[in-house]
Design a protein around this ligand. Sequence first.
Ligand SMILES: C[S@@+](CC[C@H](N)C(=O)[O-])C[C@H]1O[C@@H](n2cnc3c(N)ncnc32)[C@H](O)[C@@H]1O
Length: 241
Amino acid sequence: MNESSKANLEEALNEGKYIRKVRSFVKREGRLTKGQAAAIEKCWSSMGLEHSQGLLDFSQVFGNDNDVVLEIGFGMGKSLVEMAKNAPHLNFIGIEVHRPGVGACLMEADEAGLTNLRVFEHDAVEVLADCIADGSLTTMQLFFPDPWHKKRHHKRRIVQPEFVESLRQKLRVGGVFHMATDWENYAEHMLEVMTAAPGYENISETQDYVPRPDNRPLTKFEQRGHRLGHGVWDLMFKRSN
Ligand SMILES: C[S@@+](CC[C@H](N)C(=O)[O-])C[C@H]1O[C@@H](n2cnc3c(N)ncnc32)[C@H](O)[C@@H]1O
């Protein structure tokens, strides 16, 4: 290989052209507000988790053996903090790639004085693979994931057969994967993928969607959707084996 093709290959590898998988997000370089930056500075040592830590020992992380709920893509963290506040008998782990969201979540968690919440600022696919023990989660939450509206982008949707299988392995048997979306075509896609996935059982009596459970806080985003006449679809699947 001559020097110029070597340089081209190196550049392509650096850009992740060959080794990068399709990702469910595009990293936005949003600016942190002063409050978000201060919350990260103040709370990271007590609430932050790093992918580089590797496999987590939950009882060490939380100082107790309570059940663990994991949320992927918590956005600004409003509903995650609300849920953690309402369920002090459970432990919560949130994963988000958007740093301002992580800052906003920590700000709210700090104000609420939460001790049962930890967060990752990292790709959830990698956190699941490297940091979460098999059979260790009670609930897995995925609320309003990026819908990737355009057909040519559907492959970026996080709910795919391989992903839901990796997730099933992390749930304990009987544990629940709870999804919600306001995009009907994504709801149909979720239902199709989950119905075909081995080892899951749909909790819905009608074998499709479930009514919004009371413990999922109604966010501003969702309230706005209701006002605009948008639907919301909740799906809950239990790990059956
Ligand atoms: C449409 S937002 C919804 C946020 C929040 N759940 C809500 O209901 O308001 C989807 C979020 O998922 C995050 N996200 C997408 N893929 C992710 C991944 N692989 N790991 C972690 N976060 C991810 C995005 O950064 C974004 O904040």
